[in-house]
Design a protein around this ligand. Structure first.
Ligand code: FAD
Length: 491
């Protein structure tokens, strides 16, 4: 059997490992942390169960497709619930919008906000559907190795309908004028780690994912996805080595001999690197074998990092849904302070997830599980005083807008930011979501899945194709496994 060493057990590593083992490889996953899941790990304390990273379950068929490939369904591992309303947006204290699930209810809401706009919404979603179907069925499964991949007849014939060369910001404004509608439609772009002005209108497919395909929640928490994928991997024979940080790779000419972990060399015929791309290249690979130099990395547009707070509250918190977006401040300034002039934000927008609204198992009875996320520039100086300042800033606004005191009821409070992303995941500049999906960092223009100097090394994960987010990371693992097996068979 050919042996594969997979570095990292995030979604991409888990997916790649499972597909490779299914194809008959002897797969070993080396993970620096003590449990799988990477940025989607969880922790438990005092009856609270906190998902540490992702909280939005979008594009359910991508998860289902993964489980189906192994003769399973998501329902073998967790129960999915569609959220309705999908989420709440606070534009100000008394300016609230609950986004309903279902096109008819959405059309009604749009007409109330901007009379007659439901007609445009239907057209907008129809165009988003076209992009989604072409994108998800054709584009995202391409390995990004040659420009000719994009010359697929379906892609070429539909290129004008994909709106690759216009920004989503101007595209949305062709359909709608009402500022709240515009903010609502620009929101999913934040998942792509870039601004609406710098994101191709191709990504209105995310609006289709949001509004037509819906926001779901796996009961028990997002970590149930990891549990399911971990079980699939083990059922295929994948062996996991936790608390095993990879410290380097050893070379033999143009091939890697194996990886070093726990003080030993683990020989492998192939290596799949699911840890952060920059870390693998700049730290684990000897100089001379790196595909990109530090200058390349320094000129990439990174997706934001995040300042997070995991709060246990000893009462039920009023006026919060499961997902809540606080868009009561100008995103223009906040975006500038993330991308153009990186600094701690003056008046950030933020997001609050409250999974205990849907799921009693994630908090003790009568308590609330509250997760706060503030997107911030990567590479900032992260210290306890800054975290505390932003905790108070956000709590002031949260308490004011939702009309209650929360701070005296907090029984658990843990913060998480750049320094933790670096120490837990070796994240370049402490990024949370990898690279921004700008036009110049899309598809073939992302860091590639192959290293031409090391023939048996492959990269997967949110820094390569197709990009950041849980569904793309799962797809990334499959794409890389397929490419590796194809090349192996050709040898
Ligand atoms: C706060 C936050 C919120 C998010 N919200 C959402 C959301 O709501 N919906 C969504 O779809 N996506 C969301 N995302 C993005 C999503 O979580 C990621 O895109 C995805 O989990 C990345 O998976 P990955 O496999 O590429 O990387 P990772 O999860 O980072 O996995 C890489 C693994 O490699 C390991 N590793 C690193 N260095 C080494 C080493 N030297 N040796 C061994 N192991 C190593 C790490 O420990 C880690 O386990 C969010 C991310 C964050 C951080």
């Amino acid at each position: 059997m050919n042996k594969v060493a997979v570095i990292g057990s995030g979604f991409s590593g888990l997916a790649a490992a499972s597909f490779l083992a299914k194809d008959g490889m002897d797969v070993h996953v080396f993970e620096k942390n003590s449990l799988p899941g990477g940025r989607a790990r969880k922790f438990q304390t005092g009856g609270f169960v906190f998902d540490m990273g992702p909280s939005w379950y979008w594009m359910p068929e991508v998860f289902e497709k993964f489980f189906n490939a192994f003769g399973k369904s998501h329902s073998d591992f967790y129960h999915l619930k569609r959220l309705d309303p999908s989420y709440r947006i606070y534009f100000g204290k008394d300016d609230v919008l609950d986004i309903p699930a279902g096109e008819e209810a959405l059309c009604k809401m749009f007409d109330e906000l901007e009379p007659g706009s439901s007609k445009n919404l239907r057209k907008f979603l129809e165009e988003g559907k076209y992009k989604y179907e072409l994108g998800i069925n054709e584009l995202v499964y391409k390995p990004g190795l040659s420009i000719f991949e994009l010359l697929d007849p379906k892609v070429v014939s539909g290129v004008f309908r994909l709106h690759v060369f216009s920004s989503i910001s101007s595209y949305i404004r062709k359909f709608f004028k009402e500022p709240r509608i515009i903010k609502l439609l620009e929101f999913p772009v934040l998942f792509l780690g870039s601004t609406p002005q710098n994101t191709p209108a191709l990504y209105s497919l995310m609006n289709y994912a949001d509004m037509a395909l819906g926001t779901w929640y796996p009961m028990g928490g997002m970590y149930e996805i990891v549990n399911g994928m971990y079980e699939v991997a083990r059922s295929q024979g994948v062996q996991f080595h936790f608390d095993s940080p990879v410290t380097g790779m050893e070379m033999n000419g143009v091939k890697a001999k194996g990886i070093r972990a726990n003080g030993a060399l683990h020989q492998a015929d192939y290596i799949v690197a699911g840890a952060d791309y920059n870390h693998v290249e700049q730290t684990l690979l000897p100089e001379g074998f790196r595909r990109y130099n530090q200058k390349y990395w320094d000129t990439r547009v990174m997706a934001p990092s995040s300042l997070l707070f995991y709060l246990g509250v000893n009462k039920r918190v009023k006026n919060l849904l499961h997902h809540n977006l606080f868009f009561d401040q100008d995103f223009g300034l906040h975006a500038k302070e993330i991308y153009e002039d990186p600094k701690w934000p003056t008046a950030p927008q933020f997001y609050v997830s409250c999974p205990s609204v849907t799921d009693p198992s994630v908090a003790p009875e009568g308590h609330e599980n509250v997760f706060i996320l503030i997107p911030v520039a990567p590479g900032l100086q992260d210290d306890p005083a800054t975290r505390e300042k932003y905790f108070n800033l956000v709590m002031d606004r949260l308490e004011h807008i939702t009309g209650q005191s929360i701070r005296p009821h907090i029984v658990y409070n843990r913060s998480y930011a750049h320094n933790d992303f670096i120490s837990d995941y070796n994240a370049f500049k402490g990024n949370a979501y990898g690279l921004a999906n700008t036009l110049l960092q899309t598809a073939n223009l992302k860091p590639g899945i192959l290293n031409k100097k090391v023939k048996n090394l492959f990269y997967t994960g949110q820094l390569t194709v197709p990009g950041p987010g849980v569904p793309p990371s799962i797809i990334s693992g499959e794409v890389v496994a397929r490419e590796l097996v194809k090349r192996h068979k050709e040898m």
